[in-house]
Each structure stands twice: as structure tokens, then as C-alpha cells.
Design a protein around this ligand. Structure first.
Ligand SMILES: NC(=O)c1ccc[n+]([C@@H]2O[C@H](COP(=O)([O-])OP(=O)(O)OC[C@H]3O[C@@H](n4cnc5c(N)ncnc54)[C@H](O)[C@@H]3O)[C@@H](O)[C@H]2O)c1
Length: 384
């Protein structure tokens, strides 16, 4: 195989974005050969590519080596399993599944088909600002991490956004709100930087700022086995919102906000300083460092290039699909804690959460009104 023959499943906001850079040749050795949508009219624009209305038929056709699944959340599991069991490589949009039990099923399908390449579309991982934060942690520059605070309230969405798709912001169609959709990218980065906490206590409000039944406001308190603590705040109802990630370690503090990454570097470890200083009010000397970074060019295309290289050359994936379990687990656990008003210990009980979600679906009285909206400014939503 010298090129990867790719089928794109789902031609909504993100599916069309993927099609655009793929057709512009931004991913070498990856050829978009087929598109699939349950809405045939959406495929007209992609002629003469082969058009499928049934994703399973496309997967079974033998005409593609890989698929990119860009459908609503619940289909990720079923279509992903169908692809992996057919020996078709899989790149799945985030979240890898709507809930942990489904994510485990998808990962099990990959484990029984180990020759398949399974990637997750977590494009923030190629952003140098997050790579540099990871470097600060892994190199020991920050010392032992004691606190993380991430205010993620710049995911503002209008009612028109929620009304643009029947699946959006419903328990049955999406399985969650700001946590599972918008902030899932941030939860992936949080887990990529720090691993999973050992417990979570969250407060969530359902439809506080929108006519929706799922969560649009979250404040979560996290505890890590290391003793570190954290606060994660998310909202789609605030404008202007804030995106401030603050990581405090014993060797200093890194703050990512307003397009700047600042590192206040302690010249000595603060814990060591506290133990050895003879003065009651002294502090370690600290230096201000501004860490330069560029924004990634075409981050989705970069992940697809890496996926292609993994298939053709065996290169390691930047965002392996099974890594997507962590962000699903965080989103589910925060929501579960908020809904049950209890502290949730991790690992999350996947079956208990699935049952809770089923009850929310069964108990839903929400009547969704769908209205077409202008999505021409969609790409602006990638900036964080
Ligand atoms: N990585 C990113 O930057 C990013 C950005 C936006 C959305 N997403 C994710 O992408 C997915 C899609 O989001 P969206 O905003 O494009 O949604 P959307 O509603 O705009 O598009 C989804 C499309 O999938 C189609 N579809 C549904 N079931 C299908 C099936 N079985 N076979 C083929 N097509 C099917 C629908 O007709 C619709 O056109 C979600 O998981 C979302 O979280 C990722």
C-alpha cells in the first residue's frame, strides 16, 4: 500500500472541514476516495468521489483502507467497531464514544484487531503551547505539580448552534453537553499533561444559559493521588469567556492565557525552601520567562498525516484512539458527580454511569426544535 484510500463518514461541520484540507492535498499519501452521509444531498459537492449512504456498506466494500468517522457521538462506537472488525484503520472524531462503557467496547475491538491503526482526533496535542507545557512537566522544570486551575469558559455557543442539529445537546443524541463536546479537547490535554485524578466533585447546571437539557456550566474540583488538586470550570454560556490554564509546581508556575505562555520560575524548590529558610516571610527568588510558541498550521491535517504515516510506516500515533478513554472518563465522572451530588472516585464505574445515562434518556421530556443555521464561521472555533 503506497497511499491510504480514505472514506469520510459524516459531512457536517467538521466532516466538511476534513474534506477541504484532504482535497487540497494537505495530507500526503492519503487519498479521499469516498464520502458517506445519511443525507445524500450533502454528497453532491464531492462528485466524482464514490458516495455512500450506508457507512457499514462503505466499510465492508473493500474500497477503503481507512475511515474517518465524523458523525454524532453515539455512532463513533458502532461504526468504529465495524471498521476495526473489518480490518479497516480508524480515525475517530472526539469523543471516541459517548460514555466509558462504549469506549471500552471500542478499545476491545482494537485489541482483537491489533494490526489496525486506531487514532483519535485530538488536534490540540499538536499545538506547541501544550507541547511546551508538557515539556515543562516532563523535564522537571515545574517540579512536583501541586495545583492545576483551568477556566474554560470561552466556548460560547448560541441557541442557534444548539438548534442546528437534532442530536445536539440531548441525552439521546449527544450524551452530554459542554464536557463531552466542546471541552473534551481540554480534558484530553488535562489527562495528557497530568494523568487522571483519583477523585472528582463537580457541580453542573443543565441548560442554565440555553434551551437545552444537558450541562452548559460546570465547576469541578479534582484530587490527584500525588496530593495535587485542581479546579476545572467550563461553560458555553459566557461571553467574553476566559481560557486560563495555570499549572503550579514546586519549581514555579506556568500560565497559558491570552495567547501567551508565561513561566514564573522559582530558583529553588519552594518546599525545600520552606523547610530550610531561617526567615518566616521569605520566598524563593523567581524569574519571569515568556515562552514563545507558534500556533499549529492545520492541526487536523497534521493528525491525519501522522495517522497516514502510522498506517504506511508504522510511525507512533500522536493521539492513539485508546488514549481517548481518559477524556471520556473525565467528562462522564464530572457529570456523574454533579448529577448525583457525590464525590466520584476514579476509575469511574462504567456500568453505573451507563445506567444513569439510560435513565436520563428514558426520562427526557425535552422536545428538540431543529433550525438550520449559518456555520460559515465554524473554523473560528478551533482557536483554543
Ligand atoms: N476535532 C474537532 O475540532 C471537532 C470540531 C467539531 C466537531 N467535532 C466532532 O465531530 C463530530 C461531528 O460534529 P459536527 O459538528 O460535524 O456535527 P454535524 O451535525 O454538523 O454533522 C454530523 C453529520 O453526520 C451525519 N451522519 C449522522 N449519522 C451518520 C451515519 N450513520 N453515517 C453517515 N453520516 C452520518 C449527519 O447527517 C451530519 O451531516 C462530533 O463527534 C463532534 O464532537 C470535532
Amino acid at each position: 500500500m503506497k497511499t491510504v484510500r480514505l472514506g469520510l463518514i459524516g459531512l457536517g461541520n467538521i466532516g466538511r472541514h476534513h474534506a477541504t484540507y484532504l482535497q487540497a492535498g494537505k495530507v500526503q499519501r492519503c487519498e479521499l476516495v469516498a464520502v458517506c452521509s445519511t443525507t445524500p444531498a450533502k454528497m453532491e459537492a464531492y462528485r466524482p468521489l464514490v458516495a455512500w449512504t450506508d457507512a457499514r456498506a462503505l466499510i465492508a466494500s473493500g474500497t477503503v483502507d481507512a475511515v474517518l468517522v465524523a458523525t454524532p457521538h453515539y455512532q463513533h462506537t458502532d461504526l468504529g467497531i465495524a471498521a476495526l472488525d473489518a480490518g479497516v484503520h480508524l480515525m475517530v472524531e472526539k469523543p471516541i464514544s459517548a460514555h466509558k462503557a462504549d469506549a471500552l467496547k471500542l478499545i476491545a475491538a482494537h485489541e482483537r484487531n491489533p494490526k489496525t491503526v486506531f487514532g483519535g482526533m485530538f488536534q490540540l496535542r499538536v499545538e506547541p503551547r501544550y507541547q511546551k507545557l508538557r515539556f515543562l512537566i516532563e523535564s522537571g522544570e515545574l517540579g512536583r505539580i501541586v495545583r492545576v486551575n483551568w477556566i474554560n469558559t470561552d466556548w460560547f455557543r448560541t441557541d442557534a448552534y444548539y438548534a442546528s442539529g437534532g442530536w445536539r445537546a440531548t441525552w439521546a443524541g449527544e450524551g452530554g453537553g459542554v464536557l463531552l463536546n466542546q471541552c473534551l479537547h481540554n480534558l484530553d490535554i488535562l489527562a495528557w499533561l497530568l494523568g487522571l485524578p483519583s477523585s472528582i466533585r463537580a457541580h453542573v447546571t443543565l441548560g442554565r444559559d440555553h434551551t437545552i437539557e444537558v450541562e452548559d456550566n460546570v465547576t469541578a474540583y479534582l484530587e490527584y493521588a500525588s496530593g495535587a488538586t485542581g479546579v476545572f470550570v467550563a461553560s458555553t454560556g459566557e461571553s467574553p469567556g476566559t481560557n486560563r490554564l495555570e499549572l503550579t509546581g514546586t519549581r514555579g508556575r506556568a500560565v497559558l492565557e491570552d495567547g501567551k505562555l508565561r513561566f514564573i520560575r522559582n530558583l529553588s524548590d519552594m518546599t525545600e525552601f520552606s523547610r530550610t529558610s531561617q526567615s518566616g516571610f521569605a520566598k524563593p527568588e523567581s524569574w519571569n520567562v515568556e515562552i514563545p510558541f507558534e500556533n499549529a498550521d492545520q492541526p487536523h491535517a497534521q493528525l491525519m498525516t501522522n495517522f497516514t504515516d502510522a498506517i504506511l510506516d508504522g510511525k507512533p500515533l500522536i493521539a492513539p484512539g485508546p488514549d481517548g478513554l481518559a477524556s471520556v472518563e473525565l467528562a462522564n465522572a464530572m457529570l456523574y458527580s454533579g448529577l448525583t451530588s457525590q464525590t466520584v472516585t476514579l476509575p469511574l464505574d462504567a456500568e453505573a454511569y451507563a445506567l444513569k445515562l439510560q435513565k436520563l434518556i428514558a426520562g427526557s421530556r425535552f422536545v428538540k426544535k431543529t433550525v438550520a443555521s449559518d456555520a460559515s464561521d465554524f473554523a473560528a472555533s478551533f482557536r483554543r
